[in-house]
Design a protein around this ligand. Structure first.
Ligand SMILES: [Zn+2]
Length: 49
């Protein structure tokens, strides 16, 4: 299971609650994937403008 090295929140917990414990949580592979999907789409639209 992936756990944040800084705040020890598990990736499962973050995905379930939608809250990260700290900025290091974004370094977890599963979190990165979700964040990339969320913000990747937004970034794309901004570029089109
Ligand atoms: Zn963390």
């Amino acid at each position: 299971m992936e756990v944040c090295p800084k705040c020890h929140t598990s990736a499962d917990e973050i995905l379930e609650t939608g809250f990260v414990g700290c900025e290091k949580c974004y370094d977890l592979p599963s979190i990165k994937e979700v964040v990339d999907k969320m913000y990747g789409g937004k970034r794309h639209k901004q570029n089109e403008k």
